[in-house]
Structures are given as C-alpha cells and as structure tokens.
Design a protein around this ligand. Structure first.
Ligand SMILES: NC(=O)c1ccc[n+]([C@@H]2O[C@H](COP(=O)([O-])OP(=O)(O)OC[C@H]3O[C@@H](n4cnc5c(N)ncnc54)[C@H](OP(=O)(O)O)[C@@H]3O)[C@@H](O)[C@H]2O)c1
Length: 233
C-alpha cells in the first residue's frame, strides 16, 4: 500500500486530505499536535494509521518523524507539508517581530524540518512527491500589484516557503523526488479568507487527483489547485 505523511492533519484541509487518502486505502502518517486527536485518528483509521505527535516549529519534530516511520519500516510516497498558522493583523504596524518569527517557524523552518526527516523514507519510494501547501498571498508578483491589505507575517512566510520549494525541487529532484507548491484555493476552514468559497473536502479530492497525475514533465511551479493553472511565484 502507498503511504502518505500529512502535517496539520487535525482539522481543516489536512483533515480532509487524510479522509480522502484513507478512503483509497493508503497507509497514513498524520502529524498532529494533540495526543488525544492522534489517538482518535489511530482508532478511526485503524489499522493503517500511525499518528506523529508534535509541533513542526520545534526541532524535536525531526526525531519524532524518524521514530514513527522507522518503526513502521515506511517507504513514503507522498509528504504534504500543510500545517499552517495565520495571525491576520494587517499593515506594517500590525505585525510584531514575534509574529514574523512564528510564521516563519511554521511555514518555512517547519517545512524544512519535516522534509529533512522524511527524506530517507521518501528515497525508498518509486515516485516520491513532496507538496508544499502555499498561498496566493505568497506570490510576490500578485502582492506587488495589490494596493493594501497586507498580512506581513503570513505573506512573507509563504513567499519564503516558495523559495524553499524551488530550492528543494532542484536539490531533491536529483534523487527522483518531485517537489511542488500548491495553492489549495479559498477554503472554508478556520483560516478562511473573506472570499472563501471552496469546500476543503472537494479541494482534497482535487489534490489527490493532481498528485496522481504528476509525471517527470511536471515542472516545479506554484499551482492553483481550484483554477487548474500555474500562478506566478
Ligand atoms: N484556508 C485557505 O483558504 C487557505 C488558502 C491558501 C493556503 N492555505 C494553507 O493551507 C494549509 C491548511 O490551512 P487550513 O485552512 O486547513 O487551516 P486550519 O484549518 O487553521 O488548520 C491548520 C492546521 O495546521 C496545524 N498546525 C498549525 N500550527 C502547527 C504547528 N506549529 N505544528 C503542527 N501543526 C500545526 C493545526 O493544528 P492544531 O489543530 O493543533 O491547531 C491544523 O491542523 C495552511 O498551510 C494554509 O496556510 C489555506
């Protein structure tokens, strides 16, 4: 059975992704912060669900991922770096140093920590894929055309995550690992934007389909999942 690690799988988009991959009989490695949620998921999706409990903004997450994947002798087909944090304070005076660092820690360092830990297991798979869940608000091209309404911490962190994705795509590509950035659409989750219009379950099904059609010709770019087109970095 193929296997998948999804970060931020307790709720929102990550939770829907878990549901979609569970219904296709994948082996699941949901990363969640709350041990009680982990237990619920393990029971709900038994016998193929092995939760990883930890916070992507802590360096210790690497060892936790390694322990769980090693115990299951996993070869990892897909890693979805989905865990997300947003504080919607707007404008340059609305952001604090702490906000900036916390966003960076989850969206950039968190993605890096989880990917580094997952690497040996991804290398064991035949066609491994890493999907970094980004946002249209991380597109420098788009933001440069906007007049107002800047959420500094989130926008900057997602733009930096995009750079990480571009670097990883080249680097890990040499080992046959495909890396891509996906904007999932305007999802109706707790992190929803004002124009949220998409059921996260529908988006999760679409992402499953998109990943299953990736091939060697797919370039590392930023993909708008619901529009079905690439968007500028
Ligand atoms: N919603 C949208 O319209 C939209 C649009 C573009 C991009 N995105 C991106 O899509 C991803 C999922 O967003 P969502 O809408 O599903 O948000 P959400 O409903 O707020 O869920 C966020 C998830 O991330 C987890 N998380 C947050 N900080 C974490 C940390 N430090 N370590 C581990 N897990 C952590 C949360 O876990 P807890 O339950 O423990 O808090 C939760 O499972 C995010 O990367 C977001 O930036 C969302």
């Amino acid at each position: 059975m193929p296997s998948i690690l999804i970060t931020g799988a307790s709720r929102g988009f990550g939770r829907e992704l878990l549901d979609v991959y569970a219904s296709s009989q994948w082996t699941l490695f949901p990363l969640v912060r709350d041990p009680q949620v982990a237990e619920q998921l393990a029971n709900q999706y038994a016998p193929r669900c092995f939760p990883i409990v930890g916070d992507v903004s802590c360096d210790s997450i690497g060892n936790v991922i390694t322990d769980v994947l090693t115990k299951q002798n996993a070869s990892l087909d897909v890693l979805i770096n989905n865990a997300g944090h947003i504080v919607k304070n707007r404008g340059i005076l609305g952001v604090s140093t702490r906000d900036l660092i916390e966003h960076f820690d989850v969206h950039v360092a968190g993605v890096w920590r989880c990917t580094v830990a997952a690497l040996p297991f991804l290398k064991k798979a035949t066609k491994p894929v890493v999907v970094n869940i980004t946002s249209r608000f991380g597109s420098i091209g788009r933001i440069a055309r906007r007049k107002s309404d800047f959420v500094y911490g989130y926008n900057i962190a997602k733009a930096a995550q995009n750079m990480l994705t571009a670097c990883m795509a080249r680097d890990l590509g040499r080992d046959g690992i495909k890396v891509i950035a996906v904007h999932p659409g305007q999802l109706k989750t707790s992190a929803a934007a004002l124009d949220a219009d998409t059921d996260p379950h529908v988006a999760a099904e679409k992402l499953d389909d998109f990943i299953s059609h990736l091939d060697s010709s797919t370039e590392c770019r930023m993909y708008d999942l619901m529009k079905g087109e690439y968007i500028e970095w």
